[in-house]
Design a protein around this ligand. Sequence first.
Ligand code: ARG
Length: 458
Amino acid sequence: MSKDKLWGGRFTQPTDKFVEEFTASIDFDKRLYHQDIRGSIAHARMLGKQGIIPLEDVEQIVHGLRAILEQIEAGEFDFSIALEDIHMNIEARLSAAIGEAGKRLHTGRSRNDQVALDIRLYLRDEIIAITTYLDLLIDALLVQAEDNLDTLMPGFTHLQTAQPILFAHHLMAYVEMFKRDKARLEDCLKRVNVLPLGAGALAGTTFPIDREYVAEQLDFPAITRNSLDSVSDRDFALEFLADASILMMHLSRISEELIIWSTSAFQFIELSDGFCTGSSIMPQKKNPDVPELVRGKTGRVYGNLIALLTVMKSLPLAYNKDMQEDKEPLFDTIDTVKGSLKIFADMIREMRVNTESMSRAAGQGFSTATDVADYLVRKGLPFRDAHEAVGKAVAYCVENQMDIIDLSLAEWQLFSGKIDTDIFECITVEASVNARNVPGGTARERVWSEIQNVRAGN
Ligand code: ARG
């Protein structure tokens, strides 16, 4: 019946049962119970300090809210769909438990600023948790990079052999990506970490509230500056979803590589059994399910970003019920990103690297052809001419089913008279790698010092 509703005053008919279910958010926003209670305690204390409600009431409210927190955590709280959302579930229970004082809690506040507060508090903690998981993954990559400072591999462009690189260098590329993800999230946190409470429904409140005091209690370094924006802004959530999408894109790329590298054609790595499954029909199969699933889960995270962007598109100011749809994409993204990062860190740590097959592949596919061209440039040939000469040498090798290192000096000289015996030192895979001794290059000492840099927090 309408009379059971906290907002039932102006209604004479009960809410349709299905409408009640359709509009309720309690099934998913109950996740916010902790933040809701924390925010309410800070709000009540402020109301008391400002003399807006009696201090005895504040004591009862705080006490009552703490008891509710315990009930929820003990699994003894009965969430009610009729009470729509977490805010009204808690408030109704509080009033049932402590009476009059409980009914004073919502003074000078609206669910519109309350829900914005709860989401910001929740997301703030989750962003910090995600950056911690990112640190674990970065550390796992660094450990593998340290262990593979002498592991040669073919570097690819177009997934065709391009130039030899160190496997450590390849891993450090992902370290760069995940460090950017972390920096992006830390930047996003600045916009999340702003107190919206005090905006009321949309216009502020008639009570002499102290927003700074609430901000202080809840560790917000700043308060929002426009009440309409405070209740209608979900940019901070969109930003998080965009950052999470980029992060998942990175995970999908490394997933794809792990999947390719563990094929029998490549045999560059072996994932430990704990991260793979077998096939119910093919006895030989060991499938890389974890990276496949992370690659697949990238889709839902992108979807969540588009979902919320679309919810927010064209919404008039200020709060609209549409915005209740912000939570599920947000929660799903948080769960997906945390799960993916956690499992990935362990998987990278346990990954076995097949250094022989990697370094064998590093020398195939004429991977040091660019080194020959560079050699000719050092002997005075313009780069374009050098490129042409080496291209012909490669065609010769293809025709005669040879590799570049099999060419004799006489054969080399068919393509350029400038080639001498010193060519043989510069076309080994190791020489090719170590010759790329520029900042950001794959030379061993560069990669080593990059690992030290990152370890030192740079
Ligand atoms: N459950 C609502 C949401 O998640 C809380 C805010 C409702 N405000 C309102 N005026 N109906 O957005």
